[in-house]
Ligand binder design. Sequence first.
Ligand SMILES: Cc1cc2nc3c(=O)[nH]c(=O)nc-3n(C[C@H](O)[C@H](O)[C@H](O)COP(=O)(O)OP(=O)(O)OC[C@H]3O[C@@H](n4cnc5c(N)ncnc54)[C@H](O)[C@@H]3O)c2cc1C
Length: 429
Amino acid sequence: MGNYSKGKKNIAITGAGAAGLVAAFFALKAGHSVTVYEKNEIAGKKLRITGNGRCNFTNEDMSVSHYGHFRLSCECSENDADEAFRAICERDTDLNKIAAILKKNGKEEYIAFLNRCGIPCFQKNGYYYPLSERAGEMTDILVKILIRNGVKFRFRENIRSIERSADGKFLISGEKYDAVILACGGKAFPSTGSDGGGFKIAREFGHTVGYTYPVLVPLKADPAILKMISGVRIKAVAYGLIDGKTITSDRGEVQFTDTTISGIPVFQLSRHLTKAIEEKKDVRIRLDVLPDVEDETAEEFVLYRKKLLSGASFEELFEGIFPKKYYEMLLKQYHLNRNNPNQNEPDQNETDFIRFSKKFEFRITGHTGYENAQCTRGGVPLSEVKENLESAKIPDLYIIGEMLDVDGDCGGYNLQWAFSSGKTAGENV
Ligand SMILES: Cc1cc2nc3c(=O)[nH]c(=O)nc-3n(C[C@H](O)[C@H](O)[C@H](O)COP(=O)(O)OP(=O)(O)OC[C@H]3O[C@@H](n4cnc5c(N)ncnc54)[C@H](O)[C@@H]3O)c2cc1C
């Protein structure tokens, strides 16, 4: 990381998470003396479990729309996409601020930073990981370099409030600081340390933290149906519907337990659904498990299967296409839905079944809370910080990472934001 000259300013960082660690590097590089306060006994408890322990830290496609509160998707109808786009534009100022920060300190800078720390990276399907695919080892290396270069870590220090001394300095645990970087994270996965305590500190400095809710979170649906397909993983296009309108979609592997529906596409959808769930709106996830069969070609598809499997019963005709449990659940729901137990109807019945399987809807009854969420929606509004992430209310106070009202899709966008905001504050403090 090059040579460091010490002591320009005395800087405190609260939180040794993804954003705080990066801020420490760049504040140190700028020649400051840096102390990091962390309530846990180790740094980066959350960082260590990211990407299933492999740390997916950024993405090939760093379009700022991945941070928009609505996801534009070509799978939605044109009208839906128009509406989603209007929603993005309503938050234009925020997105512009995020875009400016990502432009300066984006994917390339993140990869270069890790390389300089001796951590090479690779990309798979657009997702970036450290070559070792070990988030814990990566975190240990970052902390080791910081300690070697003089950063002081104060572990097991839960900062509950920050005082100001008469000369305008910040007081933390009896120490005086010229500037403070708040990096306490949001409320997601509180077992890792981020439990919303940072929001309280921000409020004490006059910042507003409005309504927050969990995103990138498994969702709950009718257990009677989920029990039939528990353990199933199925590739599908998933659509998110609020009060009957499709607002978002994603494609990938959907997973089921006795009580939840999850997987990356559902996580992506959850960013746009959890608020509506909390508002008790009618929220549904529609799964198209045969996206390559068009409605119009359903009949052709059925005829093809019948020819292929001559003599097959209705129950056998589509075996081998769907996971067995999912097929059985669909058949059951189809018959119930049509109030028609006759399983030996003519061709139209089978074609209708294919259309039914492309539109099956799960009524969403809840989300599984911050305990199971990867991210928090809400936080300190971007309008309350300057371009360099210094508080617009309190000079020399900076706010970064998930403490800000920024959240992105699954796929490395949240760690990228932690890096981009941490570097911005660290360089400017
Ligand atoms: C299971 C899981 C998997 C994820 N996988 C990915 C992924 O693959 N890719 C991706 O981009 N994102 C992923 N994320 C999201 C990503 O980890 C977060 O967005 C990111 O870590 C936020 O960084 P942060 O530094 O703002 O907050 P955190 O990483 O939450 O760090 C905040 C730190 O501050 C400490 N702290 C809090 N309050 C105080 C206090 N009062 N005093 C002292 N210390 C305090 C906490 O203990 C914590 O160490 C995942 C999240 C989870 C939960």
